[in-house]
Design a protein around this ligand. Sequence first.
Ligand SMILES: Nc1nc2c(ncn2[C@@H]2O[C@H](COP(=O)(O)OP(=O)(O)OP(=O)(O)O)[C@@H](O)[C@H]2O)c(=O)[nH]1
Ligand SMILES: [Mg+2]
Length: 595
Amino acid sequence: MSSSSFCWIISTKTSSSSSSSFQNSQSHYLCPLQFQSFPFQKSTLNSRNYLESHQHKNPKNLICVNSLQINHGVDQILSPVTPDEQETGEIEEVISDFEDDFEDPVPFSVNGESKREQEEAEEEERRFKLRNGKEVLAEKAYLVGVEQKGVKVESFGIEESLKELAQLADTAGLQVVGSTYQKAGLEDCIGSIASNDNIIICIEVQSIVVSLFCSRGNSLLAAPNPRTYIGSGKVSEIKSAIHAFDVETVIFDDELSPGQLRNLEKVFGKDVRVCDRTALILDIFNQRAATHEAALQVALAQMEYQLPRLTRMWSHLERQAGGRVKGMGEKQIEVDKRILRDQIGVLKKELESVRRHQKLYRNRRVSVPIPVVSLVGYTNAGKSTLLNQLTGANVLAEDRLFATLDPTTRRVQMKNGKEFLLTDTVGFIQKLPTTLVAAFRATLEEISESSLLVHVVDISHPLAEQQIDAVDKVLSELDVSLIPMLIIWNKVDKVSDPEKIKAEAKRRGNVVCLSALNGDGLDEFCNAIQEKLKDSMVWVEALVPFDKGELLSSIHQIGMVERTDYTENGTLVKAHVPLRLARLLTPMRQLVASL
Ligand SMILES: Nc1nc2c(ncn2[C@@H]2O[C@H](COP(=O)(O)OP(=O)(O)OP(=O)(O)O)[C@@H](O)[C@H]2O)c(=O)[nH]1
Ligand SMILES: [Mg+2]
């Protein structure tokens, strides 16, 4: 084993003081380690990708230990051992200490070369993604997040937020090649070995490579850096990642100021696009907008986002003029901003006219006073699946973020013949950009005009509670707090203990468990809707003349009739009805009073 064990130190310093300090102290460690130094890799990159890009080994033989574990990682793996202990079993035991974080190692391939080639081909194949029905080569994206000191992580942790950002990037058709974040307390985690350095240590033990990696760039950010949002160590780390993986887009998990965006673009170079979560979401919305109204809303939101960020023209002009030509650039940028402002004005007018049209349509619908129930919830919670299941609609429902952008309304007929309208609309997400909420305000107006909100929760999601908080936050911005709400715990078929979840739902009240996918719990859902709607209805007693038969059937269809008596002047009805129907019945209610 000793003959096959060696260590790679990837260090920011050339032949590396870290390598020699490591080498000096290694004689009594595990086995004689051979060192190979690679200058200026400075990242907490996924070491599998790093080694893959440098073609050292079949990367499937890598085991990665993340930077948090490096403290005990170095000590344990490189702890002094006697020659007798240099047996496989001993080594395996060391490795198994980390097994929670290890990926299953794949046996080393004898035919490593061809396997790697095949994997490279597969990797290249995976880069082809469908975008607007066309196959395109996915851009390579690198994700960056920041966990700020003192800011209570009230909802999503930084790792979960980055995971979601990766899903968003995938939805946008990008290929995520790595990610990093800035967090507290890692600066001394590799102690004397790399006190001034960023290093990745990879140790091959038999056919398995254990890789330890750490970066000084992980130091704590007390507050976002006003110039670059992240610290300078992190900036250099990302630059290295850009080189190592040929990154084309760097995506930040938080909204960057125009200045930060500009500075980062300068540092990372002209071939790298820098964007933030907001721009990524806008891009997804742009790809997915199916109706004219949605397309206009997204275009408007994109332009408003771009206006303060117009930077490209600067550098383009500077290059053309062979240096910074202040007056010229300023003039051009002002011209560009004016053009953009004009376009925004045109879009706003067009959008207004589309909305007027929509409102007319909605008002026509209001004249049939069927209660409107709106589905709201986190993206991917199952809203469209529920609408499809209840109404036989064919709304696109898929395991992707933001599958739905445009509202769809369908009539639901319950078993007892009662009816309501169910509206499915755009899902919410944490850190939803305010520009986007504003742009979609008109779409979301549907929500504010409904009699009941149904908050659909994916209860099988590990972050269900945090998603609920994120949805409540957006709803509070929409001023819909007066509308009654029913909570649905969807995807109960996916949880490990459905009975426990159902018992908890019962204990809380106001919560219905169901599976929109297989239809379990739909009857309870409809009953709960009816109960809730009744709460939002008003009690009326009206004498409906015989020639107003259609009103009587509306009362039966959408209201809850307690009693009917036939008199010689018409039908005396006592019922709960939606407010709008109650208004239509006003003259007939007065007739009762005069009886
Ligand atoms: N197992 C299981 N999967 C479900 C259930 N409901 C929905 N899904 C799946 O969850 C994914 C998302 O469903 P959608 O209905 O598109 O979710 P959505 O809330 O409309 O999402 P957006 O339109 O993105 O806001 C799809 O793959 C569905 O098949 C359920 O009850 N059980
Ligand atoms: Mg949907």
